[in-house]
Design a protein around this ligand. Sequence first.
Ligand code: ADP
Length: 275
Amino acid sequence: MSTIVIKIGGGEGIDPCALAPEIAALVRAGERVVIVHGGSHETNELARALGHPPQTITSPSGRPSRRTDRRTLEIFEMAYCGKVNKALVEALRREGVDAVGLSGIDAGIWIGERKSAVRAVEDGRTVIIRDDLSGRVESVDGAFLRTLMDAGRTPVLTPPAVTPDGIAINVDADRAAAATAGALDADELLLLSNVPGLLRDRTDPSSVIAEVDGESMEAARTAAGGRMQNKVLAAEEAIGAGVQTVVIGSAGGEGAIGRARAGAGTVFQSAGAAV
Ligand code: ADP
């Protein structure tokens, strides 16, 4: 019996509900499964429809993130915790999974500090944003998630997280999934999205880097651009936290989870893991 954390991306073209039958098969086989999902595309669509279009800020190191003012956080919650989370819980329940949809705020599952100052590069200048509602997951209530799984339930988790004093914060779902996998001593973390893996050449889908270990981590970091940087960081953090295997793979097509588990995509392995 393994503990498997599966993060399903929220990029354009990903249908998380299509993975429900495969998740159900894992749960039926007795695996302990935790689902984490994103919702960036749905959030962007909803934000435009509501007249508060999405804004991206880029850190000095080139990592993009969502500018999260109070109104954006509300829209983010509507999309992540509302539309995407409930659709996935519904699809899983239809497959016979006792799925429980929760955000990181609920029960304080994901606790993190809000960034008091976000550095962003605008027109070549670095500016400081002080009212952003974003941060990073620092602790995960693994005991609570274990209680749910011990009772036969499958947690379906999504951002936001929450600060110790109760402020909701936008956090990166890949890194939240990594922290969750670490807290649960998970055997596997699957980061599934709309690309087949970490690509050596972003424009060539056949250039998937098959394996990353301690020595090739630097090269993996260099290959990753845009939001892929968060996935590589998440993989590194999960391995550092003791997760045996992390795979960055595709969420698309039938059998996507099985393929990723079989090594399709980019496999990160801890030094001690059996190959
Ligand atoms: P999700 O929302 O599904 O979690 P993201 O959009 O955050 O996924 O991250 C995946 C994106 O990262 C890809 O769609 C691609 O545009 C981008 N990317 C940048 N560099 C790379 C790379 N080297 N290999 C693969 N994808 C990359």
